[in-house]
Design a protein around this ligand. Structure first.
Ligand SMILES: [Zn+2]
Length: 220
């Protein structure tokens, strides 16, 4: 089966509309949302404030290339409260993203869009994960069916944002993922807020992508 046939099969499936603003007749490619720090690049305790601070997680460029080749669009969703803390500017953030995109494209991948929250955790905005605002924004802009999309992240708040938006959560153990995994293990039998089973857990973005591609090929 070719990739194009696979996409046709996938988008012809019917799902309950998650958002009435989405035109379900003209859905875009299957989508994987990817958190940035701790998934694509290494976390730094004092933030990633310049391209010099940006170090790709091993295999992440290859993973993004695999998604692109398989017909998925990749959307980056990232909390960047360092902007509100005035540690760097939106211009400097976008320069980092430009370099990141160039490196990903050189590796054979493509990032369709980057959505970021610049607010403080205390700002009570709709966009900072664990809230789903960034995912809703991307879904409206690119006409994405959220219920068939994945969100790959390394933090509890990524998993919560995925669930809040109706996406499929996938936790990776890079970045802060090990801590998030332990939190999930402690809470998975309870029914309180922040609980999000079933949760798929993979070592890193490369293994996460291998899993998604293998699973969805079986589905169609
Ligand atoms: Zn925000």
């Amino acid at each position: 089966m070719t990739i194009q046939e696979m996409q046709l099969d996938r988008t012809s499936l019917t799902y309950a509309p998650a958002n009435p603003a989405i035109n379900h007749e003209a859905l875009s490619q299957p989508t994987v949302f990817v958190d940035r720090d701790g998934v694509i690049n290494q976390n730094r305790s004092n933030h990633v404030l310049s391209w010099q601070d940006f170090e790709f997680v091993a295999g992440s460029i290859l993973a993004l290339a695999s998604l692109h080749r398989a017909g998925y669009q990749v959307i980056v969703v990232t909390n960047q409260a360092a902007i509100a803390r005035k540690l760097f500017s939106i211009h400097e953030l976008e320069l980092i993203h430009q370099r990141m995109q160039e490196a990903i494209e050189e590796g054979g991948g493509k990032v369709k869009g980057i959505f970021y929250c610049i607010h403080l955790p205390t700002a009570d905005c709709a966009c900072r994960k664990p809230r789903p605002g960034l995912l809703f924004e991307a879904a409206e802009k690119f006409n994405i069916e959220l219920t068939t999309s994945w969100l790959v992240g390394d933090h509890t708040t990524d998993m919560q944002a995925a669930v809040a938006a109706g996406c499929k959560p996938l936790l990776v153990l890079t970045g802060r993922g090990q801590t998030a995994y332990e939190t999930w293990q402690q809470n998975q039998d309870s029914t309180g807020p922040g609980v999000y089973p079933p949760l798929t857990v993979k070592a890193n973005l490369l293994e996460a992508v291998d899993f998604i591609l293998a699973k969805e090929r079986i589905m169609v």
